[in-house]
Design a protein around this ligand. Structure first.
Ligand SMILES: Cc1ncc(COP(=O)(O)O)c(C=O)c1O
Length: 467
């Protein structure tokens, strides 16, 4: 069993009477003033994390660098805006994210576009908008882009996404995005698609090849995974040299772990979801800092290029920037105790609505009004949906918790809000705390929000009947 971390590992405090605090505010008071479920963002720490990442990258590499926040990870406008203020650019995968990046004021040269299913109309939009780079995922997409760029008479600057067939140790299969068998992403290097792609590129009049893109997984804790996956640069350089297409940009993607939560391994996932055995926690000795990743990546790239031909190095972090700087408050409304069988804590947020990542990730949880209350019993924590899998935790060691008490699910910044749903319940609000002030950055969904896309005849009359 890994050691349970202390709230200070997230930059939070515990007051002398055991209350969880963020800046000047108690988590319970925030829960009461905004209502739960409620995400809380640690604004000053988020800014610090984003700056720290960018500075680590800049100071570790002798060439040009550029850091693009992966919008898919958390596309709440106020949050992406805070990240932008720290000098991070945008990596987007959909029309919504592209529109959002422009809406937030990014210049077209700050936006790069990824994704396995860029439709023709999306590609057309990217060309019209002249985004900095389109990262091409397949031969099919390359051919489509060629046609569209000729029709539109617009040039496209591109990278080819590489599938290096590298699976980081311990990463569950679903997160191994650089595995040849397990994932459809990218050009299959071993299968010869890269060589074919480069040959085609030589004939494409409007497509400018700039280099390669990698994204080998998520929740990665070992910097060596990056250098190992980059060993295929040998082969890539041989291809590009013989094609006469120099590498001017290398994009190493995202995947850097938050050190205060973690992905479960394939085995842990089976044992947890199948046999309900809760995985071990987090270990402080299994952490790495941003500069460890940046140095390792830099060293593995500089070795391949002469000093005056170093490619620009791009990063696309998501999780490591925002995950540890947001947490989710849930109120325990009911407790159901069946001695000898099971005890359930019934909360206002579960897997079906707000905690999807707790299915396959380890996230710590604290009792907000009494963080130090001893953990004495294993409980199952569930959500409000009439759906058997609406489970936040199975068999989690917890203190005695009573109705009305508030829990903080830690590290809710990455892929929680992005994957939440309105399955029977309104989606939650998000508050942001900056030491001495707090503010609402997203209000909770209302009934009107939830029906505003629907055409149901005389809506006004129906609304009156509800009143
Ligand atoms: C292409 C690409 N880049 C970056 C990211 C961000 O990954 P992470 O949040 O693990 O840093 C993702 C996540 O899926 C991705 O698919």
């Amino acid at each position: 069993m890994g050691k349970i971390l202390h709230p200070r590992d997230w930059g939070l405090q515990v007051s002398s009477n055991g209350e969880l605090k963020i800046g000047d505010f108690s988590a319970v008071a925030l829960a009461h003033s905004y209502g739960t479920p409620l995400h809380v963002v640690n604004e000053s720490r988020l800014e610090e994390t984003a700056n720290n990442f960018r500075e680590s990258v800049e100071s570790s590499y002798p060439g040009k660098t550029s850091v693009h926040f992966a919008y898919k990870c958390n596309s709440v406008p106020a949050i992406t805006q805070m990240i932008r203020a720290a000098g991070l650019k945008a990596e987007v995968m959909s029309e919504f994210e592209l529109d959002l990046a422009f809406y937030l004021g990014h210049d077209k040269k700050e936006i790069i576009v990824n994704g396995p299913c860029k439709t023709d109309s999306f590609l057309r939009k990217c060309l019209k908008k002249q985004v900095r780079l389109i990262i091409v995922d397949s031969l099919d997409e390359l051919r489509a882009l060629d046609q569209i760029s000729l029709q539109e008479n617009k040039k496209a600057d591109i990278l080819l996404r590489i599938n290096p067939d590298y699976t980081p140790r311990g990463v569950n299969k679903g997160a191994a995005t650089g595995s040849r068998k397990g994932c459809a992403f990218g050009f299959d290097l071993k299968g010869g698609e890269v060589a074919v792609g480069l040959r085609l590129l030589k004939e494409m009049r409007k497509i400018n090849f700039f280099g390669f893109h990698f994204h080998i997984g998520t929740g990665l804790r070992d910097p060596k995974d990056y250098s190992k996956s980059l060993r295929c640069l040998d082969q890539l350089l041989a291809f590009t040299r013989s094609a006469g297409l120099p590498i001017k940009i290398l994009d190493v993607g995202g995947g850097f772990a938050s050190m205060t939560s973690r992905e479960l391994t394939s085995r842990e996932l089976l044992v947890y979801q199948g046999l309900e055995r809760f995985p071990s926690g987090l270990r402080k000795d299994r952490t790495a800092e941003f500069k460890d990743f940046a140095r390792e990546i830099s060293n593995s790239i500089t070795g391949y290029f002469p000093k005056n031909e170093l490619p620009e190095l791009l990063y696309e972090p998501g999780r490591c920037i925002i995950s540890p700087n947001q947490f989710l408050l849930l109120t325990v409304h009911r407790v159901k105790d069946r001695p000898g069988l099971r005890k359930w804590l019934i909360t206002d947020g579960g897997l079906g609505t707000v905690t999807m990542p707790t299915y396959y990730e380890y996230h710590e949880v604290f009792l907000c009004n009494d963080v130090t209350r001893p953990r004495t019993e294993k409980v199952t924590i569930i959500g409000p949906v009439c759906f058997a899998s609406d489970i936040v935790y199975r068999n989690k060691l917890m203190p005695q918790v009573y109705p009305g008490e508030v829990l903080a699910v830690m590290d809710s910044g990455a892929y929680f809000t992005a994957m939440e749903s309105s399955f029977g319940f309104a989606r939650p609000a998000i508050a942001s705390v900056n030491q001495k002030t707090h503010r609402l950055i997203r209000r909770a969904e209302t009934f009107e929000d939830m029906v505003c896309r629907d055409h149901i005849g005389d809506l006004i009359k129906i609304k009156e009947e509800i009143k």
